[in-house]
Design a protein around this ligand. Sequence first.
Ligand code: BES
Ligand code: ZN
Ligand code: ZN
Length: 497
Amino acid sequence: MHQAKHGSFKDESAEIWVVPVFSEKRALGSFATAIDGMLNGALNDARAEDESTGKKDEVVVFRGARAIRAKRVLLVGLGKRESLDREGMRRFGAVIAREAAAKSKKIAVAFGDIDCADEETCAFAQALVEGYDLATYDFDRFKEKKKSLGGALLLLTGGKKSASYASDGIRRGVACAAGQNTARDLSNMPANHGTPDMLASTAKKIGKSLGIDVRVFGPKEIEKMKMGAFLSVSLGSPVPPRLIQMQWNASKKKLPCVAIVGKGLTFDSGGISIKSADGMDKMRHDKSGGCAVIGAFEAVAKLKLPIRLVGIVPATENMPGGNANKPGDIVTAKNGKTIEILNTDAEGRLVLADGLTHALGFKPDVVIDLATLTGACMVALGSHCAAVMTRDDELARDLVRAGQSSHERLWRMPLWDEYVDEMRGSQADLKNLGGRYGGALTAAAFLEAFTEKSKWAHLDIAGVSWDDGTRLYNKGKGATGFGVRLLVEYLTKIAER
Ligand code: BES
Ligand code: ZN
Ligand code: ZN
């Protein structure tokens, strides 16, 4: 797999060599200079003749470097050196994947020419590998022809010490991308395959291989646990629900404890308040919050982060069967609160209500939920960031920061008493439908009723969980796995505190 080492191009047997260049007219780095020598000055000529300008994502290919075994040399533009950040490195990784992954078993990268300080080396190597591994993912399990997997990266550094920083970055990047690709793979599953039970068995399988404690509860147990809100959503479907419970470092009670709760709707038809046909297939992705929780566990366990992590995924379909919720029905949640269901399509908050109450039982220091909760959030923010709602300024700050580093960005939206007031029921304690406007905010206010006094944040990921494949490292269209990198970044910072 991917590796970093201190060395020169001369000794390597890679078929493809990748050389980063910047848009300022600066001298070529030492790796590039060495290759330029072997190519009789072709790199410098390309720079001088403005064929290679170094602007972001630009690629210039050289062939015929017979003296050095490589089949081709790629000059890849990274823009201005001073504005290069982790996201620029992820894009770099994705460009390498697009140009070279399928064509070579081993791809050497002149990483040393990026000229990083020590701290930057680890973060940049991590981001590069994330971009590469995310870009080589394809959801092709149902296709006859499958693409071959990407070749391994060899990051060549300028010194021994930077090679060891880069190796650490690679380890982190591989773990994050693997977790994120797991989340994407699960979220991409069509509803007839990606059932609640399938989510549960995948969580179990991952748990078994990585030492995560996973327990799964079925409808009878969910009923016994008095999760009346969650259970009610599942009744319209013949496919049984599952409550997935994951624990990392369960016995280490002294470690800081974070609980993550993910909405796991394997299909959301809307129920009796049925959705329109247009784009309804996308509602297989309504489990993306839950998939991000499972993916984050994989990454956290691979990295052996010293934190206590609890994961809860209430997984079910929302269908209009004969036993389905009906508008006007009143259900009782696990914490005893009653809810008037005015719209059966506002089901995410019902399953999360009981998921959150269950999570509180573990006495976590922080609770974070992730959910494709509202169309209103998509209307407000589009597809370039998710919303975070919390009353806790410190938690908001930490999560927004983690979003910047991971480039899974968050934008804070208000959670105020006025929104809470909108969610009071007329015949029950709460109703599941707010007024016409501010739907993402009233949804968050509803959830707050199930968090007692805990330090809690809600992430509405409706706009960011899948896309049309226009992003560099989400080539295959479909699920993005949003939330995995963000959570791992946030949890890593907690572990370092
Ligand atoms: N899963 C949907 C939210 C959603 C819609 C996510 C489109 C991504 C894309 C959720 O369960 C839902 O249907 N919410 C309703 C709530 C409304 C009835 C209060 C919505 O947003 O329309
Ligand atoms: Zn819905
Ligand atoms: Zn939904």
